[in-house]
Design a protein around this ligand. Structure first.
Ligand SMILES: Nc1ncnc2c1ncn2[C@@H]1O[C@H](COP(=O)(O)OP(=O)(O)OP(=O)(O)O)[C@@H](O)[C@H]1O
Length: 278
């Protein structure tokens, strides 16, 4: 993929998650403690991956950061970096979901331009920006097609373009490639690695894939089984640009083994809990 259309303005907001807990109430049966005492920081201009067993609260954490869920305890703070760090407003965010969620009746360019339309951007400008965003994900020439005419991988690239067109300071990616076949996923992981590297956007990626986390992230947060806590924060210093060739770097295996070691015990714990619930 060529570089992102318009590199986001230098992101300078740290997202600080402080002792956050979230319990989902239940009318019948037990409430679900999804997150417990979670503290972490998402650094500007960096990619942070969140990895953990199924049901450990990864998406819940992402939705708290996005402002869609309110924690039952703890605080979410946005710290503007400057001469003196100050509390700031939430940065501008956009999300790429696992489900493509495209409007089937709209052309690809109109799907990408939708958010700009809602924001009241004039037609000529929104179409120009959508065209650029589509070029950034290698989909020039597909502007007038409809979602049904595109493969799954292409539709997910439309999903990424739809987020990029908003020029977010922070890009949230919730299992963006979870619904794709293994080969398409590999190619898109590599392309997304290039895209985030060249755009300098802050990104938070929820994933089940250790490989994807290492390929894309500067920091990897490994979560425990539910109730989710941060088991480890791992700094990934592998050189950029990263591609599938990075998987042959000896440092890759070291990181992979460390993350897998942490995850394995948590996945076993999660499976035992699920078994107990059944
Ligand atoms: N709206 C809700 N109401 C009640 N419980 C919920 C709700 N949303 C999530 N949960 C529960 O909270 C826990 C954490 O869910 P969450 O989706 O954040 O986990 P996850 O780590 O993203 O899972 P997965 O990897 O399977 O997508 C799970 O036990 C889930 O069933």
């Amino acid at each position: 993929m060529p570089p992102a259309p318009a590199a986001a303005a230098p992101a300078a907001t740290v997202i600080a998650v402080e002792d956050i807990g979230l319990t989902f109430p239940s009318k019948s049966g037990e409430a679900t403690v999804a997150l417990f005492d979670v503290s972490c920081r998402f650094a500007p201009g960096k990619v942070t991956a969140i990895i953990g067993p199924s049901g450990c609260g990864k998406s819940t954490l992402l939705q708290i950061v996005r402002g869609f869920l309110t924690p039952t305890r703890g605080k979410l703070r946005f710290v503007r970096l400057g001469a003196e760090d100050t509390a700031g407003a939430p940065p501008h965010m956009a999300t790429v979901w696992q489900a493509f969620n495209l409007f089937p009746w709209r052309t690809i360019i109109d799907n990408v331009a939708f958010g700009l339309e809602v924001a009241g951007v004039a037609k000529a400008e929104r179409l120009a920006r959508a065209k650029k965003a589509l070029a950034a994900v290698d989909l020039s020439g597909f502007e007038q097609k409809y979602p049904r005419q595109l493969s799954g991988g292409m539709r997910q690239r439309v999903g990424i373009a739809r987020a990029l067109v908003m020029e977010p300071e922070v890009l949230l990616l919730d299992e963006p490639f979870g619904a794709l076949d293994a080969q398409t996923r590999l190619v898109l992981q590599e392309q997304l690695a290039t895209l985030v590297e060249t755009s300098g956007t802050t990104a938070i990626l929820v994933t089940h894939s250790i490989e994807e986390a290492i390929l894309l992230a500067d920091t990897i947060l490994v979560m425990t089984a539910r109730p989710g806590r941060i088991a480890a924060e791992i700094v990934n210093d592998l050189p950029h640009p990263r591609s599938m060739a990075t998987t042959h770097d000896p440092g890759f295996s070291v990181l992979f083994d460390r993350i897998y070691g942490l995850l394995r015990q948590e996945v076993i714990r999660a499976m035992a809990t699920e078994g107990g619930d059944a």
